[in-house]
Design a protein around this ligand. Structure first.
Ligand code: PXP
Length: 237
C-alpha cells in the first residue's frame, strides 16, 4: 500500500504565528503516527516561516515511522540534513521566497549538481528523492543523477482533475511507468486531497508514498486530525 507522509509545515506556521509552542509540532508529529500516518514530512525554508531547521533534529528524535525532509539544498539545508540523517531527503528547486514549491527539477540541466548532492546524502545513508514534473525526459534525467526515488509534482493533476481526470492523470501514468522501467522509486505530492487522491493512487503504478499537507491540515479543522488521517489512508487502500 502507498504510504501517507503527513507534511506538518502548516502546524509549524500556526505555532510560529504566536511565538510560543502551541500547537506543539513534535506532539502533532507523534500523534499523526499514532493515528496511522506512515511518515512525517517538513519543508524548512530559509526564512523558517513554517518548519525551522531546529525542528529537523527534534523530529529525528521522536519519529518512529519515516522522517522526510524536503527543500532546496542550500548550504544550511545540507548541513542540517547531513547532520540529522532523516530517512529520506527530497530535493526541491523552490526559490527562497516561493509561497510553495512550484516546479520540478530540470534534471538534464542540473544533472551534475544533483549527482554530487545525492552522493553526499547517500554517503551518510539517507535515501534520496528529487521533485520532478511528470515528464519522461525529466524522469530519465533523474535516473542519471543516481537518486533512489522521484517525487512527482502533482499540482497539474489536482488542478485539472475536475475538468478531465483521464487526461490530467495520463502524464503521471506515463512518467511512473518510465520510472519503474528505470528502477526508480515513486513518491508524489502537492495539492493532493480527499477528492483526487483515490483516483491518483489507483491509477499511478508503483506509488510508494504520498506527502500531503495543506489539504489534510485544512480538513482536520472539520473532521479532527485522527479522523482525517484515517480518511486519507482509506483513499490509499
Ligand atoms: N511535496 C513538496 C515538494 C512540497 O513542497 C509540498 C508542499 O510543501 C508538498 C509535497 C505537499 O503539498 P500540499 O501541502 O499541497 O499537500
Amino acid at each position: 500500500m502507498t504510504k501517507l507522509s503527513v507534511n506538518i509545515n502548516k502546524i509549524a506556521l500556526v505555532r510560529n504565528s504566536r511565538g510560543g509552542n502551541n500547537p506543539d509540532l513534535i506532539k502533532v508529529a507523534t500523534d499523526c503516527e499514532f493515528f496511522g500516518a506512515q511518515g512525517i514530512t517538513i519543508h524548512p525554508r530559509p526564512d523558517e516561516r513554517h518548519a525551522r531547521y531546529a525542528d529537523v533534529f527534534a523530529l529525528k528524535e521522536v519519529v518512529k515511522t519515516e522522517l522526510n525532509i524536503e527543500g532546496n539544498p542550500n548550504t544550511k539545508f545540507m548541513e542540517v540534513v547531513l547532520a540529522a540523517k532523516p530517512h529520506q531527503v527530497t530535493l526541491v528547486p523552490d526559490a527562497p521566497d516561493a509561497l510553495t514549491s512550484d516546479n520540478g527539477w530540470n534534471t538534464i540541466k542540473y544533472k551534475e549538481y544533483l549527482k554530487d548532492l545525492i552522493l553526499e546524502f547517500k554517503s551518510v545513508g539517507i535515501r534520496t528523492s528529487i521533485f520532478v514534473n511528470a515528464d519522461e525526459r525529466m524522469i530519465e534525467g533523474a535516473k542519471e543523477t543516481g537518486t533512489d526515488r522521484i517525487e512527482l509534482y502533482t499540482e497539474s493533476y489536482a488542478v485539472n482533475y475536475h475538468t478531465n481526470k483521464e487526461s490530467s492523470i495520463a502524464p503521471f501514468i506515463a512518467a511512473a511507468k518510465r520510472a519503474q522501467e528505470l528502477g526508480l522509486g515513486i513518491n508524489a505530492g502537492h495539492d493532493l486531497n480527499l477528492d483526487n487522491l483515490r483516483y491518483f493512487s489507483q491509477n499511478v503504478p508503483g506509488l510508494l508514498e504520498v506527502s500531503i499537507g495543506h489539504a489534510l491540515v485544512s480538513d482536520s479543522l472539520y473532521f479532527g486530525l485522527q479522523n482525517t488521517i484515517g480518511m486519507y489512508i482509506e483513499r490509499l487502500k
